[in-house]
Design a protein. Structure first.
Length: 368
């Protein structure tokens, strides 16, 4: 098992090219290999960073995805109507969402390429991050209409394949429109219970309707939200892991385990969890930010600063990295480094002396 120290070393290798896996496509003689797919992924990443969502939005093989979700009779019939087509198209705004993440001070990155040797499929993994909200997108790449395209994939924070999410979104929207008293009514009730703070009642409803709802990604999202609010902290991780026996994907489980350990300042447990996530998603310097914050909550300030300083060599000037270092220096009563770190905000974020003074008063020197 790799340790967090390995991540420090691995970050220096993020962009080195490994051995290529070549596969000849039968469509228009396109070569599908690590080099061509990596270039495709980097084009998507750069377009998002530059504020252009179109490249990402248009990267999907919609015809193929539509053919997959037609296995549901309600979805199939709705796709021949304007409203069903509208519901289908609404799923292809991931470029806009990624651009918004970057515009709001977050980060979007191509993390890795890999070849799944079991089925010979080519994969790329993207990651989005904003304000300690983390998600990974594991896409399958092949050809469509003479070019590379995303055929399907797996979204970590929903615990579902992209095609399943599309099918589910179309289905639920159609049912809301045509049969509002079915499962959509149950989901609405559960959502309202959780939204009003009645998390135990929401969890009871989720358990009662498990067989009816468990195939929906929305079910697992609601379940985890309400479980976190009701389960004693010492039992939460065990309860989360038990959900894997009922169908929760381990990648989604690990993502939530990591966030729990982060908020609880459990550095050793999060070290192990992050290493398990790396096995799926790949090395990413964002994990150093997560582990740094975990160590801050654990009062291991020197370790936290080391994580932040290594991460910022490979990430854009994220606010959370900068603010994390300020928190550590303040906790250590290191005024010199605190002031030096504070000054970098003028260059990185265009902040004025007045704005920095207000920030200090708000977050650090309230008592003065």
């Amino acid at each position: 098992m790799r340790t967090i120290r390995d991540i420090f070393i691995a970050c220096t290798l993020l962009f080195l090219v490994g051995a290529c896996h070549h596969q000849q496509s039968t469509e228009d003689s396109i070569i599908i290999d690590e080099e061509s797919i990596t270039a495709f992924a980097m084009q998507i990443e750069q377009s998002v960073v530059n504020g252009n969502p179109k490249v990402y939005n248009d990267a999907f093989d919609k015809d193929y995805l539509k053919s997959i979700i037609r296995d549901n009779s309600i979805v199939n019939s709705s796709l021949d109507a304007d409203f069903g087509q509208e519901y289908f198209e609404s799923n292809f705004h991931l470029g806009d969402e990624a651009v918004q993440v970057v515009d709001n001070g977050g980060d979007f990155r191509f993390v890795r390429y890999y070849l799944n040797v079991e089925d010979s499929t080519h994969h790329i993994v993207f990651r989005s991050y904003n304000d300690f909200t983390l998600n990974f997108f594991d896409y399958i790449i092949d050809t469509a209409k003479g070019q590379l395209a995303i055929k399907d994939g797996f979204i970590y924070n929903t615990g579902s394949h992209f095609s399943d999410i599309i099918r589910e979104n179309v289905l639920l929207n159609v049912l809301y429109k045509t049969n509002p008293e079915c499962i959509t009514s149950t989901l609405s009730t559960i959502k309202e219970l959780g939204g009003s703070g009645k998390h135990k009642e929401a969890l009871q409803q989720l358990r009662q309707h498990e067989m009816e709802l468990r195939d929906l990604s929305y079910y697992w999202q609601l379940y985890i939200i309400n479980l976190y609010q009701t389960c004693p902290k010492e039992h939460y991780i065990d309860s989360l892991k038990q959900l894997e026996t009922k169908g929760l994907d381990p990648r989604m489980s690990l993502l939530h385990q990591m966030l729990f350990y982060l908020n609880e300042g459990m550095a050793e447990a999060n070290d192990s969890t992050i290493n398990q996530l790396i096995e799926y998603a790949g090395d990413d310097p964002i994990f150093l930010l997560i582990f740094g914050k975990t160590n801050y909550y654990a009062k291991s300030y020197e370790t936290a600063i080391g994580c932040y300083e290594t991460a910022e060599q490979y990430l854009p000037p994220l606010w959370d990295l900068w603010f994390g270092k300020l928190e550590c220096y303040y906790a250590m009563n290191d005024q010199e480094h605190f002031d030096q770190c504070l000054e970098t905000a003028k260059k990185n974020y265009g902040m004025t002396d007045e704005e920095l003074s207000e920030l200090k008063k708000k977050h650090f020197f309230k008592q003065k």
